[in-house]
Every structure is written in structure tokens, then in C-alpha cells.
Design a protein around this ligand. Structure first.
Ligand code: CA
Length: 362
């Protein structure tokens, strides 16, 4: 090809791309206005913040053709009705913790975390590549929703106790604010689980109506000020080793989206997921130092309590699995994935983390 001809052809090509491509994409992108309810008050800026980040990314990636407006708990529906609102089509999306709905079916617990489930890394890896997403979405289909990964709190704390607890006997009769499926494990250990909204925890502990309460981790817990009324701060929250937050999307609305909007929503959720973990890893260390300076007394659950809790959780899982095929199918998948993951983690990750943790005190 002569140089002059090449320039001519190339010139047409570039001009053609410039004049055709932009309008073609713009025309094919429908303008959408969706609503996303969350299960969080705005004050939980890591949890609610992830939903806002997700909406922002979708707007930016689509030149605001696809806009999602986020609503805190109670603005459209109460926080624990996010799934119902998405299922019925009241809203298109809901950012929530799937285990809130374990009363409908215990299988919902796997969309967030199951007691003694995997840590954040392995939980999201199972969802993304271990068959978790497919299994869960097959189950969620029965509720007219599908799911997207959209956050992880990372390992939570075991909560605030008015008195020290050292043995399993110390748990007998203990009135413990702990939600959902984990409450049923605690019941096996003799605890009396209590369902109390976040804002009511402080007065209940102060009056002694309850003996202990779990919430999230240092950053969110600090806002409740519980160290003043229940100073013994235990770890780890074995019922929430790495809980995922999912966004439920109404199934018909999801199926009505062009493929590129589905891809953008999925990627925005992944961004929110990474954002939330980075946020917690940034704010929790400082919050823990402040809590300790403010009188919190840090304790690990004793090996006896950990072992007894593990045994009680496994018994409960087996009992539920015996009567619920969905639960069994998802539980078997997650457990096999988690066990295999930890066999690898104990070689490199855990050894390295332990070494680095010991050398991080200066
Ligand atoms: Ca919690």
C-alpha cells in the first residue's frame, strides 16, 4: 500500500469510529431510574456507604443513564424487610445481610455467614469461583430475586459482656443480644438469645436487662459506647468470620437489563465489596485503640468455649441439613470449599499472618 493510500484509509477509519461509535452506544443505553433500599441506618457508613458507592459507580460508568437512588433502613421499608421489598418489586434492589431472612429458610444464612464459616477471603472466593453464587442464586430464584456480591465486614468481634466469661458454665442463662442463626447455637450452650435493635442495646446493657451484646467490630461498636456498660470485649465473632453483604435484585428487573448494564452492576458490586473491606481494615485498628483507651478490656474466648461452640454449631447444622435439602446442598459445598481453603491457608497465609502480628507491636 502506498503511504498516501494508507493515510486515506486510516483517516476514514478513525473518522468513522469517531462519528459512529459514540452515538451507537449512547442510543442503545436506556435511561433507568432504580431504587435500592438498605438494611442500614446512614450512621453505619461502612455498610450503607458500600451501597452508595455501588450506586455512584453505576452512574459514572453509564454517564448517568442508569441512576440508582439509595435509601436507608426505614425510608421506604424497615431494614429487615429489604428482601421482601425487592421480591415484591417495591424497589429494584436491596443491600442487606442475607441471614436476616433465615426465618423464611435457614439456607439464607449462607448468603452472609454461617457460624464457623470461612473468613472473608474464602467466603468471597467460594461465592465467586466455588459455585456459591450459582447455588445461592438458584435458591434465591424461589424468592424472585438474584444476588450480587456487594460487601464484607471481615471478621467480627464476639461482643461486649458485663462480666468475664471463662467456661461454658458461665454461658448458662446469659441473656445475650445475638441475632439469627447464631442465636440458635448459643441456645444449645445455655444462653438466652435476645433480638434487640442496635439503638436499644446500650440501655438494655446499662439496666442489666441483658448481660451481653454483639454488634459488628471496633469501628461500628465504638458508636454505641458499650465499653462504658459492658467493658469485657471478646473475640472472635465465630458466627461471623467473614460475612458477605449481598445486593438482592428483583429477578424480572434483572432479566430486563441489557447485558452491559448487568455487567456494570456486577462490577460495581465487586468494587463496593473491595471498598468495604479496605474501609474496615483502615478504620478498625484506630477504633480498637480508642476503645481500649476508653476502658474496654480485650479477651479471647477460651479454648473450651470455642470448642464447645464449634461442636454445638456442627450439631445444629447437621440437624437443619437433615430436614432441608437446600441447606444441605449449600452447606456441603461451602464446608468442602472452606476446609480445602484452610488446608492451604495454614501453610502460608496463617503462618505469615501470625509471624507479622507478633512483630507489629512496636
Ligand atoms: Ca454481628
Amino acid at each position: 500500500m502506498k503511504r498516501r493510500d494508507f493515510i486515506k484509509v486510516a483517516g476514514i477509519g478513525v473518522a468513522g469510529a469517531a462519528t459512529l461509535a459514540a452515538p451507537a452506544i449512547a442510543q442503545s443505553m436506556p435511561e433507568l431510574r432504580w431504587r435500592m433500599t438498605t438494611s442500614w441506618p446512614k450512621s453505619l457508613d461502612t455498610l450503607h456507604g458500600a451501597a452508595e458507592i455501588m450506586a455512584k459507580v453505576v452512574g459514572e460508568a453509564t454517564d448517568n443513564k442508569f441512576q440508582i437512588q439509595t435509601f436507608a433502613a426505614g425510608e421506604i421499608v424497615p431494614g429487615l424487610q429489604a428482601l421482601d421489598a425487592v421480591q415484591s418489586g417495591t424497589v429494584e434492589m436491596g443491600h442487606t445481610a442475607s441471614y436476616y431472612y433465615f426465618g423464611k429458610d435457614p439456607t439464607f444464612t449462607f448468603g452472609a455467614s454461617v457460624p464457623f464459616g470461612p473468613n472473608a477471603r474464602l467466603n468471597q472466593a467460594w461465592y465467586m469461583m466455588g459455585g456459591g453464587k450459582e447455588l445461592l442464586n438458584e435458591f434465591f430464584k424461589g424468592y424472585n430475586v438474584t444476588s450480587l456480591l456487594a460487601g464484607n465486614t471481615t471478621c467480627q468481634m464476639g461482643g461486649w459482656f458485663r462480666k468475664e466469661i471463662n467456661t461454658v458454665d458461665d454461658l448458662k442463662g446469659l441473656k445475650f443480644r445475638i441475632g439469627g442463626f447464631a442465636g440458635r447455637v448459643m441456645q444449645k450452650l445455655g444462653c438466652v438469645p435476645q433480638q434487640i435493635a442496635g439503638g436499644d442495646i446500650y440501655p438494655a446493657l446499662e439496666k442489666g436487662t441483658i448481660d451481653a451484646a454483639e454488634w459488628v467490630g471496633p469501628y461500628d461498636d465504638e458508636k454505641l459506647g458499650l465499653q462504658k456498660v459492658a467493658p469485657h470485649y471478646y473475640y472472635p465473632g465465630w458466627w461471623e468470620g467473614g460475612p458477605m453483604l449481598l445486593v438482592f435484585v428483583n429477578l424480572e428487573k434483572w432479566n430486563s437489563l441489557p447485558k452491559y448494564y448487568q455487567a456494570i452492576l456486577e462490577q460495581a458490586g465487586h468494587h463496593a465489596n473491595n471498598w468495604m473491606m479496605a474501609k474496615y481494615d483502615t478504620v478498625n485498628p484506630t477504633a480498637l485503640k480508642k476503645l481500649l483507651a476508653g476502658g474496654a478490656k480485650l479477651h479471647a474466648f477460651s479454648p473450651q468455649i470455642m470448642q464447645a461452640s464449634f461442636k454445638a454449631a456442627k450439631e445444629l447444622h447437621a440437624e437443619v441439613a437433615a430436614g432441608n435439602a437446600n441447606f444441605k446442598k449449600v452447606y456441603d459445598s461451602l464446608t468442602a470449599y472452606s476446609n480445602s481453603g484452610y488446608q492451604w491457608f495454614q501453610v502460608a497465609e496463617v503462618g505469615y499472618d501470625n509471624f507479622m502480628a507478633r512483630h507489629s507491636q512496636s
